[in-house]
Ligand binder design. Structure first.
Ligand code: SF4
Ligand code: SF4
Length: 459
């Protein structure tokens, strides 16, 4: 059981949570909460309240509300460290108004690790206040159980046509025909067959290969975008790479971490580690930057304390994890990328949206552009502020639909100004938001992942 607010404060005052004597050893949940509280105190002290983060926060640009920007959130957390245990719901509500885009941390002159602070604070607050019944069900019953998630997705794919209204044939979007949690959102329906059912391990192994990679597709590619997974496989085989597909796929845990459910995130991390440990591979490849970000940066944060074997395993895994664009671009002729900016007169115009977790969190931006290079077919026209958040932000796009839509519409204006035929983005979640805003505006612009364009190019 978690400690109550008063219990937590008393325990911390008595230094019980950090005790290592057998009689006072606390369970791992309490150790995690205590570690988070301690980390948070030292992290928060780094913010100088300079306000530089205000000019880059996409949420603040819309609301002009101080508590929406990092400076305001950090001040709130700092001033309410004690009250967090008395009024966790109020603090959590304000903290949840955030896209977790990382723009604030990226531009902070003091190097304040805003995303890490927000995630730790969400875990702390959820640990004290608990999760809503809906989130509890979705995270602990569905996401935490890959077999159950697969059955639910199969049923959803089979019966979804009874409930959805098709919207854009070009983009493949749909909406719910009745008021529901998704509201006015246009979304991409579940794929008829998930990616992991379209490949067997035998399909994944060419006879000879220069290197071996483990491909981790993640939930969105598995259940919504199997075409991206197939493009990844084609690209890897084209480059003579042996591919391992994990037998059981579990979510990377980022939705759980964003909701403050560290317990589910840890369960998912350990499920994945058990799969990865069965194989020997040179690189772990993803085509979803949120999965890559989770594996590289979030998983080491999840452990309540150093654990023999696991801590070093996570470090090695983080070093081995690459976005598909990094892996493929490193094998391409560097001259190819230059060609796209000129393009022939017949070439289609393509623009590129930089996903937050790919550019701001992992510093990857030239590699996906290299993948879409093809002077005969495409001419790259950069949009204004290509790295401004699209407004999806995971569950933010559903829980704060109206705000998400306003941020998305700013992105739409920048996309339309390029007069493009295609908008590419290396993130399945961004692709969902881009499809939504384009579909709502009845645009015929296509949305593609760079690896799909690369796969088309290699024929
Ligand atoms: S988070 Fe960084 S940029 Fe924002 S107010 Fe604090 S020190 Fe300044
Ligand atoms: S993560 Fe993004 S939305 Fe959240 S405070 Fe920072 S800049 Fe604003």
């Amino acid at each position: 059981m978690f400690l109550s607010g008063a219990g937590m404060k008393m325990a911390m005052a008595n230094n019980l949570l950090f005790s290592r004597t057998p009689g006072h050893r606390m369970n791992s949940k309490m150790e995690s909460l205590a570690r988070l509280f301690k980390d948070l105190e030292s992290d928060l002290s780094k913010c100088a309240r300079c306000g530089m983060c205000m000019s880059v926060c996409p949420l603040y640009a819309e609301t002009r509300n101080e508590t929406d920007v990092a400076r305001g959130k950090l001040a709130l957390l700092d001033g309410m460290k004690e009250k967090m245990f008395d009024h966790p719901h109020g603090v959590k509500e304000r903290l949840d108004r955030c896209l977790l885009c990382g723009a604030c941390g990226k531009h902070c002159p003091n190097g304040v690790a805003t995303l890490a602070i927000f995630l730790k604070a969400r875990s702390l607050l959820s640990g004290v206040a608990g999760l809503s019944p809906v989130k509890k069900y979705l995270l602990k019953k569905m996401l935490a159980n890959p077999d159950r998630l697969e059955k639910w997705a199969a049923r959803g794919a089979k019966f979804q046509n009874r409930f959805i209204k098709k919207e854009s044939p070009t983009l493949g979007t749909a909406s719910l025909g009745f008021p529901a949690a998704l509201g006015e959102r246009h979304f991409l329906p579940l794929a008829e067959k998930p990616f992991h059912q379209t490949y067997t391990q035998e399909d994944a192994k060419p006879e000879a290969g220069e290197s071996t990679v483990l491909f981790y597709p993640g939930c969105l590619i598995d259940y919504i975008f199997p075409n991206i997974g197939q493009a990844v496989m084609k690209a890897l085989h084209h480059n003579r790479v042996r591919v391992i597909l994990p037998e059981t796929l579990a979510c990377c845990g980022m939705p759980a971490m964003a909701a403050g459910d560290r317990e589910t995130a840890e369960k998912l991390m350990r499920l994945n580690l058990a799969q990865f440990e069965k194989h020997s591979f040179d690189h772990l490849i993803t085509a979803c930057p949120t999965c890559a970000y989770a594996i590289k940066k979030i998983w080491p944060m999840i452990l309540a304390k150093e654990e023999d074997g696991i801590t070093s395993l996570l470090t090695t895994l983080g070093e081995k994890t690459l976005d598909i664009s990094q892996f493929i671009a490193s094998r391409m002729d560097p001259e190819e990328e230059k060609e796209i900016r000129t393009g022939s007169d017949e070439a289609k115009i393509i623009t590129y949206h930089d996903p937050c977790h790919l550019k701001k969190s992992l510093n990857i931006s030239s590699e996906p552009r290299a993948l879409i290079s093809d002077r005969h077919k495409y001419r790259l026209v950069e949009m204004n502020q290509s790295d401004r958040c699209c407004g999806m932000g995971g569950s933010f796009g559903i829980e704060h639909y109206e705000l998400s839509n306003r941020i998305g519409n700013a992105k739409l204006t920048d996309i339309l100004a390029t007069n493009c035929d295609i908008v590419a983005s290396g993130c399945p979640a961004c692709m969902m938001q881009l499809s939504h805003i384009l579909s709502k505006s009845q645009s015929r612009i296509l949305v593609k992942h760079p690896i799909e364009i690369y796969a088309e190019k290699i024929g």
